[in-house]
Design a protein around this ligand. Structure first.
Ligand code: FAD
Ligand code: NAP
Length: 436
């Protein structure tokens, strides 16, 4: 029942563990789930990487945090900060309020990297590269919104226009192996024969959730595709191939060209869902992307049952869409965005007041905290479940495979009476999308 930075009504928050008074306009506590519901965190002991540059800057749909048209390597872009748009002032206020909330509690609230550190496009050209790009590329980056140096939203417009697709589906993005890699990422030895090929990877289509008026923006209302992408700087473990695409993707800026798949595909979609049913979406990191598209679709079609979008990230600063979710929760009473973290000090340092330990989605589910925060029993009789992101969170074990020591969501859901959605669908089914 509270919101940091808002005028208090004097009524106590009804949510567990919340120490604040209720605010005028908000009927829900937004901090009852995030591990940093840390009204009790001591001053000077924590740090928060809160870094949603786009919302901070105001109107991100206006062109641009970056105004430099030049895409020549070595030629730094000019950066202009547009005046805050009134349309997105609400979001900016939400970010400011969050920043205030954490800094009041002694956290060091840092900003995004200064804009002149946003990598400058290196899509520079020899005649050969120009020819290869013309042959292979069929889309343009129209905007890039950095959350932090390893996390960004890319808005891409295919030359052929935005294809028809269903929320939850994905498409490939690609860049030539001839393209430069971002400094500070793993080096890659590209064999000669590969140098003219395109590295392609799958990406779920995300959704900005709100339009420039701060109102719901479902994916079919947009003239671009939004992607939510994390930079993989290096392969996990020795002997594995260097990540091919993201070190190149994070060199791109507005106006740069890339390849996009001709078809949007995937069976990770909403399907038939009763408007009164509960929809539970659990994601890790950028696994939130398809859930954002699904959320906007459900809300735009008047879904009346509970829509629960929970996302587990390492740090609070990894929640690029957080202010937008706050705004949606304010506008739609049946929507719950429930973020949790695993590497903030409140997760890792038992001496921290309010220490909660690592908050894996599995633990929140089995402890009942997820249902409590969702204000819904999340029972198989009325709930559709979607799991996306880190395969360890999903916990799919192929026939004959060895179950991992830390069970994922699938076996836990199955133990509660849910079943994998091979065919048919209906309440009680679980669909999943593994990112690797
Ligand atoms: C259907 C589908 C949809 C996808 N949608 C997205 C998306 O919306 N956003 C996104 O960032 N990625 C998404 N991915 C992952 C994406 O396809 C790439 O694998 C990823 O961007 C890394 O590409 P790379 O070439 O740089 O490294 P790769 O060589 O492909 O991957 C190297 C390693 O990075 C790790 N990794 C890969 N993707 C992620 C991730 N998303 N988060 C954390 N660690 C990861 C894994 O350990 C992987 O083995 C999706 C994957 C699939 C199969
Ligand atoms: N996010 C960052 O700040 C950051 C910074 C530098 C580089 N990167 C790179 O970016 C890539 C993506 O990172 P990411 O954080 O978005 O994705 P990620 O590694 O999949 O982590 C997302 C969330 O899933 C959790 N998780 C891990 N194993 C789990 C399990 N078995 N069950 C349930 N949850 C589990 C993670 O907790 P854990 O804390 O246990 O991992 C984390 O909270 C990686 O290649 C990483 O090296 C990320």
């Amino acid at each position: 029942m509270c919101r940091p930075g808002e005028q208090s009504t004097g009524k106590r928050c009804q949510e567990d563990r919340c120490d604040r008074n209720a605010s005028k306009n908000f009927s829900r506590c937004h901090f009852n789930f995030v591990s940093l519901d840390a009204g009790s965190v001591e001053k000077g002991t924590g740090s928060v990487r809160w870094a949603c540059a786009a919302a901070r800057d105001g109107d991100e749909t206006r062109d641009e945090r970056r105004t430099g048209g030049s895409r020549r390597a070595g030629g730094p872009r000019e950066h202009a900060r547009p005046a805050r748009s009134r349309k997105l002032q609400y979001i900016a206020n939400a970010v400011d309020a969050l920043r205030q909330f954490y800094s009041d509690r002694g956290f060091t609230v840092s900003q995004s990297p200064p804009e002149n550190q946003v990598p400058v496009s290196q899509q520079d050209s020899s005649p050969d590269q120009t020819e290869l790009r013309e042959r292979h590329y069929n889309a343009t980056v129209i905007e890039r919104i950095d959350c932090h140096e390893n996390l960004a939203r890319f808005r891409i417009r295919p030359d052929a226009g935005v294809p028809v697709f269903k929320a939850g589906q994905y498409v490939t993005l690609g860049l030539g192996y001839w393209e430069p890699r971002l400094e500070g990422t793993q080096e890659e030895q590209v064999p000669e024969k590969k140098l003219q090929r395109v590295a392609k990877r799958a990406y779920s289509i995300s959704c900005p959730l709100l339009n420039e008026h701060g109102k719901l923006a479902p994916v079919d209302s947009l003239d671009y595709l939004e992607f939510y992408i994390t930079l993989v700087r290096a392969a996990e473990g020795p002997g594995k191939a260097a990540p091919a695409l993201t070190p190149r993707l994070f060199c791109l800026g507005k106006g740069d060209r890339l390849a996009i798949g001709k078809k949007v595909v995937g069976a990770y979609t909403l399907g038939e869902i009763d408007p009164q049913a509960t929809v539970l979406m659990l994601g890790t990191g950028t696994g939130e992307a398809p859930h954002n598209a699904m959320t906007a679709t459900l809300l735009s079609r008047g879904h009346r049952g509970r829509i629960v979008n929970a996302c587990c990230v390492r740090y609070l600063g990894d929640l690029a869409y957080y202010p937008r979710h706050l705004s949606l929760m304010d506008q739609y009473e049946n929507y719950r965005y429930l973020p949790c973290t695993t590497r903030e000090r409140i997760n890792t340092d038992p001496s921290m007041p309010g220490y909660v330990g690592k908050q894996y989605l599995q633990d929140l589910f089995t402890s009942g905290k997820l249902a409590q925060a969702a204000q819904d029993p999340l029972a198989p009789g009325n709930t559709h479940v979607f799991l996306c992101g880190n395969p360890a969170m999903i916990g799919y074990v192929p026939p004959g495979g060895q179950p991992p020591s830390t069970p994922g969501m699938l076996p836990l859901l199955e133990a509660e009476g849910f079943r994998q959605d091979h065919e048919g669908g209906g309440p009680g089914t679980v669909l999943f999308e593994k990112y690797w």
